[in-house]
Write a protein that binds this ligand. Sequence first.
Ligand code: 6PG
Length: 477
Amino acid sequence: TSAQIGVTGLAVMGSNLARNFARNGYTVAVHNRTPAKTHALMQEHGHEGDFIAAETAKEFVQALERPRRLVVMVKAGGPTDAVIEEFAPLLEPGDMIIDGGNAHFADTRRREAALREKGIHFVGAGISGGEEGALNGPSIMPGGPAESYESLGPMLEKISAKAADGAPCVTHVGPDGAGHFVKMVHNGIEYADMQLIGEAYQLLRDVAGYSPAQIAEIFRTWNTGRLDSYLIEITAEVLAHVDAATGKPFVDVVVDQAEQKGTGRWTVQIALDLGVPVSGIAEAVFARSLSGHASLRDASRSLAGPKATPLSAAEAEAFADRVEQALYASKIVSYTQGFHEIDAARAEYDWDIDLGKVASIWRGGCIIRAAFLDRIRAAYDARPDLPSLLSDDTFAQEIAAAQDDWREVLVAATRQGVPTPGFAAALAYYDALRAERLPAALTQGQRDFFGAHTYRRVDREGSFHTLWGQDRSEVGA
Ligand code: 6PG
């Protein structure tokens, strides 16, 4: 017998993905650089389905039916290149290498182009949902050649998460690096969601005076409404957890320095290159970096802050409702910014990405899965050329209804000295977009003054320069 799919790289994600394929009835060839992991997988889970354990790269490739489908689940970067270098010479035209890691999309573009020369299909596939998702159904974002999806797609659809309406959370996102690009933005949005939730928590604690256990209850309630999502759900779990050793809330015994593996940072770096304002995602990345500057924070603890004014129980309750509004409005803005970045990449790289489809495959399996994504899907389905999520009537109306509370929350945060960069950036983005006039006109004037960089006028076509150092008359440029 031969295997319909192979997985190389059997750390948790790889072995769970292999088990997922096997549990869905596929024969799966498994391989790892050090065979010990392959043996362990066979020993512990071999009975779950049909596996073929391969000791060597050659055995692994020979175990696969043609065209071969070879899933690579190793660390992004050098290790991925090393695996490709090892396997590519053993493959034939038409075979597929599927990179399921968190690769940078530029690397995926490079690898795809190089393998295309050999007739090998390289499919950079974003996979979200962590260990649990890999095993029971992740959200999958494959790029690469469209032909590869014909034979690969049905298999991915089988192992993927299903949305509430039963639709599989996978689609051919677009060519070459499009899948990894979309996964990158998923992670950027994940960072923003997490930051906004963190700010909501801090406000409920420091302004409203609630305990972590009480805040867990508030999040549980929110999770039954429009904020219904995996991240809100697990936030309640984390906040309700009590440390066994000390009896303190778990959240109080964890060092408050957030780490990151880089995908959120990439989202911002690429957005800078594309000229897309993803300010909410950027603030989320910066907030993590700031938290990690321990000595800077130590040196700053004595800086002056405002006097705290405690809220009454009734005020605290009303404030919590306002925080829900602020969180929801800010969340709409983060997704608006993330989708704008995908839209910009679509134009830049000539990728035919269906934004409604992207929202649709994020409805289940992935870390940002949420009821909310079905609404985004509906917005793009109703109007595929939607210039921005904020132009959707429903979202615009919801923000209109939330904005007074959103502003009040930021007033309270500012007055009480609670940092809320995510909420603030989201509101600034919203206000900037709706502004009749922006001070960018003044910026242009300054640039023209010091560098003769020219400006355009509101009333005439063309570029102009004012002779600032002479008689201040205007000349065409
Ligand atoms: C997912 C997650 C996954 C990973 C994050 C963690 O979609 O399943 O996003 O890819 O857990 O990259 O990112 P940080 O370590 O950067 O927080």
